[in-house]
Design a protein around this ligand. Sequence first.
Ligand SMILES: NC(=O)c1ccc[n+]([C@@H]2O[C@H](COP(=O)([O-])OP(=O)(O)OC[C@H]3O[C@@H](n4cnc5c(N)ncnc54)[C@H](O)[C@@H]3O)[C@@H](O)[C@H]2O)c1
Ligand SMILES: O=C(O)C[C@H](O)C(=O)O
Length: 308
Amino acid sequence: MKVTVVGAGAVGASCAEYIAIKNFASEVVILDIKENFAEGKAMDLMQTASLNGFDTKITGSTNDYSKTAGSDVAVITSGIPRKPGMTREELIGINAGIVKEVSSNLIKHSPDVTIIVVSNPMDTMTYLVHKTTGLPKNKIIGMGGALDSARFKYRLAEALEAPASDIDGMVIGGHSDTGMVPLTRLATRNSVPVAKFISEDRLNQVSEDTKVGGATLTKMLGTSAWYAPGAAVSGLVQAIACDQKKMFPCSALLEGEYGLDDLCIGVPVILGKDGIEKIVELDLDEAEKAKLKESSEGVKKTNGLLEL
Ligand SMILES: NC(=O)c1ccc[n+]([C@@H]2O[C@H](COP(=O)([O-])OP(=O)(O)OC[C@H]3O[C@@H](n4cnc5c(N)ncnc54)[C@H](O)[C@@H]3O)[C@@H](O)[C@H]2O)c1
Ligand SMILES: O=C(O)C[C@H](O)C(=O)O
């Protein structure tokens, strides 16, 4: 399994590190436009191989896509992150051009690649890759929901004073400050609905904290987060590489599912060797359906800014 990570910045490097530590890929190529930057990150990471006990070979490339040839999976993290006070949607002007160029270069050298889009605004960048590459829809996956769900579980664990490993829960909808739909009704602690343990008000607070999870960290760090994003991406890559058939909420092209059409938005999918092998349609209640619909309208509005 050969994996390319485009963008050797905070998220790209974290993602490469988690993939290496999990030791399932034979090769990871990191590519960046900054001269020698990806090579430096790759060398630094390779010097952890004997310390962390992995065999994955990590190499770097300064914008030479021939080094990425034959990649099974490529992760796009190239582009600018937001600063405190900004929304993800404000990044579209610069990131759309980068994502379009990067995905086209990747496919020239790896025509059968599965692309995982991370750059923001992620749902719209995923839609852009669909519109411009001609790759089959199962091979274009947006990463947002896996991260948002991890943050949801973190907030639930905090509220329930429980270990995160006791908690299950999922966030669907757009990867934006207002568009996320944390499925509080379906969240559980060891199969028991979380509403058994905390008040409705506290659960609403968990939901709100989850939705602004990225903005909260951006304010604290001065730029957006990278550890949990990198770990979330590595989970998706591993599910594909190891044909795990795991379910994650991912941004997928919808063609009628959930009553939505012609957009990419976070819904549960089964990930395996063929990328998105199935979109899982949950039985949402009326309030959840309405929130997902509202979220889809926000994503479509941002998609409308693309010059296609
Ligand atoms: N989807 C998510 O859940 C999620 C999570 C975290 C960050 N992000 C997004 O990921 C992106 C990267 O964030 P970051 O913190 O790693 O930023 P960063 O600035 O640390 O790294 C971005 C890297 O991309 C490189 N780059 C720019 N243009 C390029 C091109 N044409 N080809 C190759 N490389 C190029 C830059 O040189 C830089 O090294 C941002 O858009 C951010 O908003 C998304
Ligand atoms: O918040 C951001 O801008 C980055 C990312 O989408 C995140 O959720 O951490």
